[in-house]
Design a binder for this molecule. Structure first.
Ligand code: SF4
Length: 123
């Protein structure tokens, strides 16, 4: 699966930072983890794009802690570029689209923390 594919099911529907036609050098780890789960068939891909964006999913403290530890902690954007994980983020900021999709999958009990562990590492 290529980046073009995950733009369709991660960036375009979920990411507030996505700009049509803008080429990014690198994808955030949230998107790479979500893509890796798709490649490993960890959940039914029919679920992709079905879930409405809902802040309740990513603001769930238990899920947020898991997502921080298992995804954001290893993300290249964490230290400088990620507004959502910055100290004192703007009130209306959102995580990247990948993290949003992962949070929605957790909220809907499609995946749990065991699935996330090492998801972006090769088998
Ligand atoms: S929310 Fe920020 S730190 Fe976490 S995966 Fe997305 S871009 Fe990276």
């Amino acid at each position: 699966m290529t980046k073009t594919d995950f733009i369709d099911y991660i960036c375009r529907p979920y990411c507030m930072f996505f700009k049509e036609g803008e080429k990014e050098e690198m994808a955030c780890l949230g998107a790479r983890v979500a893509e890796a789960l798709v490649e490993k068939s960890c959940f039914d891909t029919l679920a992709l794009g079905v879930y409405e964006k809902d802040a309740v999913a990513w603001l769930n403290p238990k899920h947020d802690e898991i997502l921080f530890q298992q995804v954001c902690h290893g993300c290249e954007f964490l230290s400088e570029d990620c507004e959502y994980r910055s100290e004192g983020p703007p009130e209306d900021t959102e995580p990247c689209g990948g993290l949003i999709l992962l949070a929605l999958l957790m909220a809907n009990e499609i995946i749990d923390h065991t699935v996330l562990k090492g998801a972006h590492e090769p088998d």
